[in-house]
Write a protein that binds this ligand. Structure first.
Ligand code: NAD
Ligand code: ZN
Length: 246
């Protein structure tokens, strides 16, 4: 039996499944990852631009980067990888999808029990009064202002250098420690604490499956490594009566 079939069986038999996704699952929708060369905006390192230090030093430039990303994301939609996870959720009693993505494509596809640990690019937060709200306008001014107090708004995402929301993290640990199978999809596993979520699940007894184009620093902890595009592999793992080529 090939790895593909073994993983299909593993998923089929499990009642509790937890999934962690990263930028790779949205790459096939046309959203650049941060670590690929096409992730560059004006030849600047996105991991620096998406940082709290950069925002404090030069909010206008960081907003320009986010205005660009918002426009780009507004033009694309979810893909077969996102849809396969919606189907998987329908089949399972206990299913949690943890995403590092801020693009909102998992909820657009129809995922329900979703934890967006790095926030959502369509939400803003006031740095003065703390108010958060959804803001989908693509023509915001270069430095958008709060509708309540006039303070400076920021994207309601977790910048590099910031800590994660405690309540969301607790929900993640609950899912990680109770799942039987965990899928780690399209993440370079360079950003903590998400990168080590797989180890938490493994420690609690879960089988780990990584789906990525290439090996990552965490590949060696996985029970199975499936190399290829998430949009090709996930439908094969989830859909019924699919003929496999491999
Ligand atoms: P990353 O850019 O560090 O890594 C992307 C990973 O996906 C790589 O390991 C790559 O090999 C893999 N990959 C690329 N195409 C793939 C495909 N078609 N199928 C399967 N795997 C594929 O992304 P990350 O690990 O998510 O970390 C980046 C951080 O930046 C995250 O915190 C995230 O919030 C943010 N980010 C989000 C988006 C988004 O919302 N779409 C995009 C870029 C970055
Ligand atoms: Zn305000």
């Amino acid at each position: 039996m090939g790895d593909m079939e073994k993983v299909r069986d593993l998923i089929e038999e499990a009642d509790a499944v937890c999934v962690l996704t990263g930028a790779g699952i949205s790459a096939e929708s046309g959203i650049p990852t941060f670590r690929g060369k096409d992730g560059l905006w004006r030849k600047k390192d996105p991991t620096r631009l998406a940082s709290i230090d950069a925002f404090m030093a030069n909010p206008e430039e960081v907003w320009e980067f986010y205005h660009w990303r918002r426009r780009l994301i507004s033009k694309v939609t979810y893909n077969r990888g996102h849809s396969a996870l919606v189907e998987l959720e329908r089949k399972k009693q206990d299913f949690t999808l943890i995403t590092q993505n801020v693009d909102g494509l998992h909820s657009e596809a129809g995922s329900r029990n979703l934890i967006e640990i790095h926030g959502n690019i369509w939400w803003v937060r006031c740095i003065e009064c703390g108010e958060r709200y959804e803001e989908r306008d693509l023509e915001l001014p270069p430095l958008p202002r709060c509708g309540h107090c006039g303070g400076l708004l920021r994207p309601d995402v977790v910048f590099f250098g910031e800590s994660l929301n405690r309540e969301l993290l607790d929900r993640c640990y609950q899912a990680l420690t109770s799942c039987e199978v965990m899928l780690v999809i399209g993440t370079s596993s360079n950003v903590q604490p998400a990168a080590s979520f797989s180890l938490v699940a493994k420690e609690a007894g879960a089988s780990l499956v990584e789906i990525n184009l290439e090996p990552t620093p965490y590949s060696r902890y996985m029970d199975y490594n499936l190399f290829g595009k998430a949009g090709d592999i996930l439908p094969m793992l989830v859909a019924e009566n699919i003929k496999e080529d491999n």
